[in-house]
Design a protein around this ligand. Structure first.
Ligand code: SF4
Ligand code: SF4
Length: 359
């Protein structure tokens, strides 16, 4: 009989997160009492044991080159024992056990062009999706647009002078890989036309798979030039791009008709009021790269009006509910259109919805 072999590793997966925890976090795991805000972008967490850990937060462009990652890793080695992490909104956080290193780290980050801030009543980094750089179904870019918006609200990242925290999200199509459903201000790329069926469809795509890929049943079998093909019922298409994912002969992108919409008032927090879904503020803005001036102007307008009119600790959605939507449209100057009326046939359900988990 042969000796039994070593068990084979078939699913390696990610390493256990504990392996990368800062020693102080590991030591005090689950035993943190409270935190103090030392300055914009700088926190101190205090454990039951009295241990203190300091966090320095900086903004990043999210899409990072190897060179940039090496810079961040070098800073972590120099100041924070090699420990850093990325937040879900792509902020970079260095974890320090020595407060004397906070200021030198901040100085070096700022000199390299990475602003320190994004905590408390500031605008945090913008969580966003892949955009033109990576995703086939995007109606707009993501990181390029985020850069333009963050350039315009830079001081709101580095200063904590808003009524409450303000979270912005970008998703480049309605599939929404970003957090646009639950952010104070959300920018959402929109397609306005169904996919364009290409003559090559019958050569490159499997028709039954394509029909099955449509979540709304908008794709029907059709005969084109005597060959099996498909037709799209436009009224049933919600421009999700799922068909394009399985069939490259159904492209969605349209330089003239794709654009952006702006949504407001979402939040995940259940402080003061239940979590809320974002609601439509502007149904369509044109796609004007490389600086998207219309979108930047609209976001800045919402931020400024909110900063001026909201009460302390009021999130955007809470502020709008207090003053009423008509007043929001008056203050911002945005046009109220028929697209703001939710006439979806299940609207009765959507009116009553929040992001609150119910059992
Ligand atoms: Fe792709 Fe849409 Fe996700 Fe953007 S939001 S990355 S276009 S699926
Ligand atoms: Fe169906 Fe989505 Fe394709 Fe429209 S875009 S036809 S809804 S799969």
């Amino acid at each position: 009989m042969t000796a039994s072999a070593e068990p084979r590793l078939t699913d390696i997966g990610p390493p256990h997160y504990e392996k990368y925890l800062h020693p102080l976090i590991k030591k005090n795991y689950g035993q943190w009492r409270y935190h103090e805000n030392l300055a914009p972008g700088v926190y101190c967490h205090i454990a039951e044991s009295g241990d203190r850990i300091y966090t320095v937060r900086a903004g990043t462009p999210r899409l990072l080159s190897i060179q940039t990652l090496r810079i961040f890793a070098g800073l972590a080695d120099k100041y924070s024992g090699g420990y850093l992490r990325f937040t879900s909104r792509n902020n970079l956080e260095f974890l320090l056990d020595d407060p004397a290193r906070i200021e030198p780290l901040k100085r070096e980050l700022i000199a390299l062009g990475y602003p320190v801030g994004g905590t408390n009543n500031a605008i945090s980094n913008i969580v966003h999706t892949q955009g033109w750089i990576h995703c086939h179904s995007s109606a707009t870019d993501a990181s390029g647009l985020v850069k333009c918006v963050m350039d315009a609200v830079y001081d709101r990242f580095t200063h904590e002078d808003l009524p409450a925290k303000l979270r912005i999200a970008v998703a480049c199509c309605l599939n929404m890989c970003g957090a646009v459903h639950c952010s104070d201000i959300a920018i959402l790329g929109v397609h306005r036309l169904p996919p364009k069926i290409q003559p090559t469809l019958t050569k490159v795509c499997e028709v039954p798979t394509l029909i099955a890929a449509c979540p709304t049943g908008a794709i029907r079998p059709a005969t084109v030039d005597g060959k099996n093909s498909v037709a799209v019922v436009e009224q049933q298409c919600m421009y999700c791009g799922n068909c394009y994912t399985v069939c490259s002969a159904m492209p969605m992108n349209d330089a003239d008709n794709d654009g952006l919409s702006i949504w407001v008032g979402g939040k995940v927090s259940n402080a003061r009021s239940a979590p809320k879904f974002s609601k439509l503020a502007i149904p369509f803005l044109p796609n004007h790269p490389p600086r998207w001036p219309e979108v930047v102007e609209a976001v800045v307008k919402i931020v400024e009006v909110y900063a001026q009119h909201a009460r302390k600790y009021e999130r955007v959605g809470e502020w709008i509910e207090r003053i009423g939507w008509p007043r929001f449209f008056q203050l911002t100057g945005f046009e109220f259109t028929r697209y703001h009326i939710d006439d979806f046939k299940h609207a009765a359900l959507t009116y009553a919805r929040s992001a609150h988990v119910r059992y």
